[in-house]
Design a protein around this ligand. Sequence first.
Ligand SMILES: [Zn+2]
Length: 344
Amino acid sequence: MKVGFVYDPIYLEHDTGQHPENAKRLEAVISHLEQTGLKQQLTPIEPRAASVEELLLVHHKQHISTIQDVAQRGGGWLDVDTVMSADSYEAAVYAAGGVIKATEAVMNGEVDSAFALVRPPGHHATATRAMGFCLFNNGAIATKWAQAEYNLKRVVIIDFDVHHGNGTHEAFYDNPQVLYISTHEYPFYPGTGSAEETGRGEAKGTTVNIPLPGGCGDIEYLQVFKQIIVPVAKRFKPQLIMVSAGYDLHWADGIALMQVSVTGFAQMARIIKQLADELCGGRLVFTLEGGYNVNALAASIRATFDVLLGNTKIEDPLGQSPRRFQTPSIANLLERIKEIHNLP
Ligand SMILES: [Zn+2]
């Protein structure tokens, strides 16, 4: 298995100061991949800057100018959560271009699958605004780029970050050629992503929101994958699978209440890889979204790479959650979502 990864030190230059989404996240991931010897098993993919035309696939001109202007002024806060430094515009265009390059390498068969280790993250960024630590919607831009470049009629996006990817949801809400599937804690930031939001017009049914109560762990996520994500993805028959991979649902992550372990992330990655193998010749691109406990993030990304490489041994240095939350019952919720999406 040839597995690509995108990384560049430019991603460290998006300086957020004292902020959960900071450069130490990627530094920890890269040093963990080096120390464990995993990096040598991967194929490096050089990122490039996304062009303004490529950013315009998802964003309005005004939004792009705003990000440029704030960077030129030396940075500043865009909303209560989202901050930029002087080099953030460049980091952000390389993040979008990095996911495009990962997608290109997978589509051209240079690698079997790829993971873009980029920041700033993307899935909250909408056509007109930066929010939730995101400036440009890297995954949505790469998806639209791939649709145009390779004339793809069906792309599946699986977004397992603990937050609803409102920007991606919005970018494809009217687009029947992209099936957007999101699991997220709900109600929670950013507030969108109820099960009833399923797409508009011709695209009705091609948005699958799976709003979960806090406290879900490996068992609940596995149920969601097996009962909802696998059957809807199979029914859609994608030509490419994109993954918005956020690791902020790990139990040690302080930003949310989920209880997933590194082992759970490996199980999710295995299911997604099997789907790609079965449905689209293995064509699979991961892009990094959240994940704010650096040890959990590094171990989870390593486990994801192990799965993509076909390595059977998964290291879970953090183990299962020591917290004893009562496990929520999601049986009724899953039945309701199956009903909404006509699943057996
Ligand atoms: Zn998140």
